[in-house]
Design a protein around this ligand. Structure first.
Ligand code: ADP
Ligand code: MG
Length: 256
């Protein structure tokens, strides 16, 4: 059975896509059958996986509005090895079109269910909003991975997301839980980041992943080549952190 996780945080630029792409590639390298779903109309996860978003015949948009099945819409990442359900600007229209469809928040869940036996992990890269697209991701998922920077306002921003997750859990998806908080773009030289990191551990305990992803220029360079960071430069500190994170995820699903 596939374990489905969404990578969510309503803030932009916090490392959702970097986490989604690198975790997908690292899980694939660890022998896990992995599907990455790009659920952001910006298509950054698609491009970062080496798939040209401008040349898609079918995408996650077609899947959501019922114009294609997963088998037609998915493709393989040529650089990462995992399967990907790609996205581009078409997806922005889905937001409006979904409003008129029945069971609109369950479209992605229904579409993925058919392929449950094909994968060990399904990762969903969410857009930076708490929109109908994110709601589809939360309804489809068993768990949420929250990437965050250890900044002063990090905890404050978290409460909207946590409340949304609680509501979805109560009304739409009893399986949903927060799997963990992932500290990303971490700079250990900054005292403030160390303090916030310690606060997170105090507050959320073992919901905070042990792996910490440092700020690392190789991770930022990789997407412009269409290559996941863990493939682009395996020896870089950022890549190694995402490999460790993948191992932690593999361990953690055993306890779910
Ligand atoms: P989001 O998907 O939440 O908007 P991204 O993953 O696209 O965030 O990251 C935002 C920017 O930060 C991108 O330019 C990305 O390359 C860069 N970035 C992400 N993680 C790191 C990191 N650990 N070190 C350095 N740069 C990073
Ligand atoms: Mg993104």
């Amino acid at each position: 059975m596939a374990r489905i996780f969404c990578v969510a945080n309503q803030k932009g630029g916090v490392g959702k896509t970097t986490t989604s792409v690198n975790l997908a590639a690292a899980l694939h390298q660890a022998g896990q059958r992995t599907l990455l779903v790009d659920l952001d109309p910006q298509g950054n996860a698609t491009m970062g996986s080496g798939v040209d978003k401008r040349a898609l015949e079918k995408s996650v948009y077609h899947l959501l509005v019922g114009l294609a099945g997963l088998a037609e819409a998915r493709t393989a990442s040529p650089t990462g090895g995992f399967d990907i359900l790609p996205a581009n600007r078409d997806l922005a229209g889905a937001e409006v079109e979904l409003v008129d469809l029945e069971r609109r928040e369950g479209r992605l869940r229904d579409a993925l269910r058919e392929f449950d036996a094909d994968y060990d992990f399904v990762l969903i890269d969410c857009p930076p909003s708490l929109s109908m697209l994110t709601l589809n991701a939360l309804c489809a998922a068993h768990g949420v991975i929250i990437p965050m920077q250890c900044e002063y306002y990090a905890l404050e921003g978290l409460s909207d997301l946590v409340n949304t997750i609680k509501k979805v859990h109560a009304n739409l998806n009893r399986d949903l839980k927060i799997i963990g908080l992932l500290r990303v773009m971490f700079d250990p030289r900054m005292t403030l980041q160390q303090q916030v990191s310690a606060q997170l551990e105090g507050h959320f305990g073992d919901k905070v992943f042990r792996a910490i992803v440092p700020r690392n220029v190789r991770l930022a360079e990789a997407p412009s080549h269409g290559i996941p960071g863990v493939v682009y430069d395996k020896s870089a500190k950022g890549a190694q952190a995402y490999m460790a994170f993948a191992e932690e995820m593999i361990e953690r699903v055993k306890t779910l």
